[in-house]
Write a protein that binds this ligand. Structure first.
Ligand code: GTP
Ligand code: MG
Length: 361
């Protein structure tokens, strides 16, 4: 899954990437292309399971983070080549300049997160509007050359596109208008950017680190919208701490007044949830492994994430919640206690399930 970090110049995108990639930044050759870092999603549940079974290897969920060069807010919006790459991202992270530091001036000369958030949304709406209008024109031409009785699908598409056009003209991002799964599937090929889930990261002053939770709670109310979430954190301080060896980090976090849980952990977990994904686990002594699937995935499909053979030969799954697994201490004890269930192909996998698939190929 690709997560695009976007925002105004000097808003803290690259610093956020440093904070999330624990100081390890990828080499970045071309300033017109995003820098890419693959990061593991920290997961305490997985760590505990791995310890329980004394796993040789622990495999975390991974996200690809794309750090985009900044684009200017203005009449023209983001340059087309950038929109092209952006359109393939699964989640947008908007890094918003909310800190006050005279040595890092805001490109618009004043700090105003609400303005910046609205401006970016508006640019994405404009970009999508152009796509929708172009498609409507082409569709009209296609409909003229289709027999009147055979225009059902086209009419449905036109109706949907007109709804999108309406929303976009009213400056409403498509992620907020409640598209159904069918509608989303129909639109998948258009790569509409304002339809992607959005995580707003308020890059606040280091001096406000102690008030981050409060600022965040307020902002969450202010910017509440479907498929949209907000996190407030002092990005530069988080980036500095991420470069320290783990044994020093905890102490520095305390000194700087940063919350105990690193921003990386909270932010990446929030990203997973905005992507509509849940995690399930396989807890083996060779490899204790976190897997992501869309919420609502049946066990047989989830098994396919592990291996296509396991999907094909699926017989049944032994399922237990991660906490019950830890409480029991072993698969055998979980079975004895009856906390391990047997589930079939259609069982909807739940976040935190530990699964052992019995299969036959
Ligand atoms: N004081 C302060 N400075 C920050 C903060 N976040 C970023 N900076 C500084 O702002 C400058 C720009 O930060 P970057 O992370 O490079 O910003 P960017 O969004 O990647 O910038 P571009 O790639 O040029 O668009 C750096 O000097 C950072 O140290 C912050 O929270 N507080
Ligand atoms: Mg940068």
């Amino acid at each position: 899954m690709d997560v695009a970090l976007i925002g105004l110049a000097s808003s803290g995108k690259t610093s956020l990437l440093k904070a999330l990639a624990a100081g390890h930044l990828p080499a970045h050759a071309n300033p017109n292309e995003p820098a890419v870092a693959v990061v593991k999603v920290p997961d305490e549940r997985l760590d505990k399971l791995a310890t329980l079974v004394a796993a040789k290897k622990t495999t975390y969920l991974e996200l690809r983070l794309l750090d985009f060069p900044s684009f200017s807010v203005g009449k023209k919006g983001p340059p087309p080549q950038l929109l092209g790459v952006l359109s393939t991202a699964d989640l947008l992270v908007h890094v918003v300049h909310a800190f006050n530091d005279a040595s890092v001036p805001h490109p618009l000369e004043s700090v105003d997160p609400t303005r910046d958030i609205a401006a970016l949304d508006l640019e994405l709406c404009f970009a999508d509007l152009a796509i929708v209008e172009r498609r409507l024109e082409r569709l009209a031409a296609e409909m003229r050359s289709t027999a009147a009785g055979a225009r059902g699908a086209q009419e449905r598409e036109r109706e949907l596109l007109n709804r999108l056009k309406d929303a976009l003209e009213n400056e409403k991002s498509l992620r907020t208008i409640g598209l159904t799964a069918d509608e989303e599937a129909l639109l998948a090929g258009f790569n509409l950017i304002s339809a992607k889930p959005m995580l707003i990261v308020l890059n606040i002053d280091e001096a406000d680190a102690g008030r981050a939770a409060e600022i965040e709670a307020e902002a969450r109310q202010q910017y509440a919208a479907p498929q949209t979430s907000v996190i407030a954190l002092p990005v530069k301080a988080e980036a500095d701490v991420a470069e320290l060896p783990p044994e020093d980090a905890a102490e520095f976090r305390k000194e700087l007044g940063l919350p105990e849980v690193a921003a990386a952990e909270r932010l990446l977990q929030e990203a997973v949830s905005l992507l509509g994904l849940i995690a399930f686990y396989t807890a083996g002594p060779q490899d204790t492994h976190a897997w992501s699937v869309p919420a609502g995935t049946p066990a047989v499909k989830a098994a396919g994430r592990i291996h296509s053979d396991i999907e094909r030969g699926f017989i049944r799954a032994e399922v237990i919640g991660w906490q019950e697994m830890l409480d029991a201490g072993s698969h055998a004890e979980a079975k004895r206690r009856g906390t391990m269930r047997i589930e079939g192909k259609t069982y909807e996998v739940q976040d935190g399930d530990v699964i052992n698939v019995l299969f036959n190929v």
